[in-house]
Design a protein around this ligand. Structure first.
Ligand SMILES: *[C@@H]1O[C@H](CO)[C@@H](O)[C@H](O)[C@H]1NC(C)=O
Ligand SMILES: *[C@@H]1O[C@H](CO)[C@@H](O)[C@H](O)[C@H]1NC(C)=O
Ligand SMILES: *[C@@H]1O[C@H](CO)[C@@H](O)[C@H](O)[C@H]1NC(C)=O
Ligand SMILES: *[C@@H]1O[C@H](CO)[C@@H](O)[C@H](O)[C@H]1NC(C)=O
Ligand SMILES: *[C@@H]1O[C@H](CO)[C@@H](O)[C@H](O)[C@H]1NC(C)=O
Ligand SMILES: *[C@@H]1O[C@H](CO)[C@@H](O)[C@H](O)[C@H]1NC(C)=O
Ligand SMILES: *[C@@H]1O[C@H](CO)[C@@H](O)[C@H](O)[C@H]1NC(C)=O
Length: 528
């Protein structure tokens, strides 16, 4: 293999790319026979040319990844690793012909179960040898957790660690030398996985990019269970009707949009917004489409409460965001939160008929204490990660409609308190960026294109791309001061750039200076 690598290097130097392709293809085809990795079954190693539209007929439909157009020439390795006698994980390793010497693992989403092919393609297109795994079970539900803690363990951490270890071995074997730096990126469940590595497996990755993390998982699940009973108890008249949703949003912006100095429909720091829905309670004679009842105002308040059990706050309230009253109704009016329901049934109580419609305090405490496979991911001690020399870039959309973005602020404070470190010291290895106007992992009216997914790349400049920012931090020692995001006209890339904004790192917050165009990043500054 070392010989192969030397030959490729020589040919690249003389730029005879077709010969590279031939050698690369042969090396890829031959790779399968050379891989003997314990507990691992190699299904195939195959060359895939840039532009190929791969289809995945055997991947579960719930994964919503029927096909993927491959952006660069790769050697695609498909394999399965047994993680115990009754669990396994499906893994893909995409080895680009134009390798940078970097290794990348990608994460998962929701309660899946799915290799995120767009992420694997994104990494390999940037020259990373890139892995993705199905996180130990197929599809977007938790049924395989039932009476099988091994599958839960894969979901908590083991599938990622296993696929990273195997992926690094395959990378080494294929290119004839080991990677020089390893990276991870993921959002949501992928964000939690990234934090799991920083907390408990500090030497697997040099650089971790973790977005909108669903950490404090056990309590997050129970918090997610709050909204269905709130709507049920409110009754048909108790939830604000759709005709009032624009009125509520307008009032929210009236009360909170200018806290950051700019009236632009985007809350830079929603933690400063103390929305009072009582201001739009109807007076006698008011048109009922332009106001809400006292009972409806009470319901709105309930939607923005923390999860409190027996006087203890277990998970923070949602931060206010335009559209949330509508979204909560759409998601929770007819059924309980699916991921929570699956988690409680299959991982906590091992009872497929368990009723999650209105969790009791005892059930919530039981789940928290059980913490299956230590999925909670809530340790504030990152000393080993720091001492290893690793770094983590954490981001969270401030208009996250699914996970309370306040929980990321809370975690940052936990680390600061646990390690006894001020922000200036945390900055050495841990930086947290609040992305205003970003919904759960993407979308929303803000400058949300920060390169955290293939579909949200406006630039590969490390100042504007979280993955490349991490590469620069690790390899050049230049830490990101801000992350500049891009907003496109009508959130549509082909319509062109609308504006950019430099998102500040916590505890700084972004404010408009009052001078210059609000759409110009230079008109803003980060203040504490
Ligand atoms: C890739 O193939 C699938 C299945 O044939 C098809 O649905 C999809 O549109 C194709 N994608 C592109 C970009 O052509
Ligand atoms: C292979 O799997 C077995 C059974 O799950 C386990 O005991 C063993 O440690 C694994 N071997 C390696 C090298 O991971
Ligand atoms: C290989 O990657 C480098 C940067 O990583 C890029 O400049 C170059 O154009 C790429 N070459 C090919 C043939 O894709
Ligand atoms: C869970 O997902 C698996 C794989 O997609 C599927 O076969 C099974 O029917 C699903 N179970 C339920 C209860 O939805
Ligand atoms: C109440 O307001 C709605 C929306 O502005 C409007 O369509 C409707 O005609 C109004 N009803 C009355 C009775 O004024
Ligand atoms: C709530 O607190 C009371 C008094 O300390 C205690 O008896 C009870 O068990 C607690 N309930 C839960 C669910 O922890
Ligand atoms: C953007 O959306 C608005 C409202 O839907 C529409 O009026 C406008 O024409 C759109 N702009 C472009 C460039 O498509």
């Amino acid at each position: 293999m070392k010989q192969f690598f030397a030959a490729v290097a020589a040919v690249v130097a003389s730029a005879h790319l077709p010969r590279v392709d031939a050698q690369f293809q042969q090396a890829c085809a031959a790779l399968a026979s050379r891989l003997t990795i314990p507990n691992t079954t190699i299904a195939s190693t195959s060359f895939v040319a840039a532009g190929t539209n791969l289809t995945f007929p055997t991947v579960d439909a719930s994964c919503d990844t029927p096909s993927q157009v491959v952006s660069s020439d790769i050697c695609r390795v498909v394999l399965t690793v047994a993680t115990s006698s009754r669990s396994s994980t499906a893994v893909e390793v995409w080895l680009p012909s134009n390798w940078t010497g970097r290794f990348l693992s990608t994460g998962n989403g929701g309660i899946g179960g799915c290799i995120q092919y767009p992420d694997v393609d994104y990494g390999s297109s940037l020259g990373f040898a890139t892995t993705g795994s199905d996180n130990g079970h197929t599809g977007q539900n938790g049924t395989l957790f039932l009476n099988n803690i091994e599958v839960v363990t894969d979901f908590s951490w083991r599938s990622l660690v296993t696929s990273a270890v195997v992926g690094k071995q395959i990378t080494h074997e294929f290119y004839g030398k080991p990677h020089h730096k390893s990276y991870y990126f993921g959002c949501s469940t992928g964000g939690r996985q990234g934090w799991k590595m920083a907390q408990d497996f500090p030497d697997v990755f040099d650089g971790v990019v973790a977005g909108a993390p669903v950490f404090d998982w056990d309590n997050l699940m129970s918090w997610g269970g709050m909204f269905f009973p709130i709507i049920v108890k409110a009754g048909p008249d108790g939830y604000p009707p759709p005709s009032t949703w624009p009125v509520i949003d307008a009032e929210l912006l009236k009360q909170c949009d200018d806290i950051d100095g700019a009236v632009d429909g985007i809350l830079e720091d929603p933690s400063l917004c103390n929305f009072r829905p009582e201001t739009i309670i109807c007076s006698p004679g008011d048109n009922s489409s332009s106001c809400i009842t006292a009972k409806q105002a009470e319901t709105v308040r309930a939607l923005f409460q923390p999860l409190v059990v027996n006087g203890t706050s277990l998970y923070p309230a949602r931060q206010y965001g335009p559209g949330f009253v509508a979204i909560i109704f759409e998601v929770f009016s007819s059924s309980q939160f699916f991921i929570m329901d699956n988690w409680y049934r299959f991982a906590v109580f091992n009872d497929p008929t368990f009723d999650t419609s209105d969790l009791t305090p005892e059930q919530i405490i039981f789940a928290t204490n059980l913490n299956p496979a230590n999925i909670n991911t809530w340790s504030g001690n990152l000393a080993k990660f720091r001492d290893y020399g690793a770094k983590i870039l954490h981001y969270h959309g401030q208009q996250d409609e699914q996970v309370s973005s306040a929980n990321s602020n809370r975690y940052y404070e936990l680390v600061s308190q646990t390690m006894g470190l001020p922000s200036s010291a945390l900055d050495e290895f841990y930086r947290f960026f609040r992305i205003s106007g970003m919904m759960h992992c993407g979308g929303g009216p803000g400058a949300t294109f920060i390169g955290n997914a293939e579909a949200s790349v406006a630039s590969l400049d490390p100042d504007e791309n979280v993955l490349m920012a991490m590469v620069r931090w690790i390899e050049e020692g230049i830490a990101p001061e801000t992350i500049t995001g891009t907003a496109f006209v009508n959130q549509t890339q082909v319509l062109g750039v609308d504006f950019k904004r430099a998102h500040c790192r916590y505890p700084y917050r972004n404010v408009y200076t009052g001078k210059g165009d609000v759409k110009d990043p230079a008109s803003w500054k980060c203040i504490v």
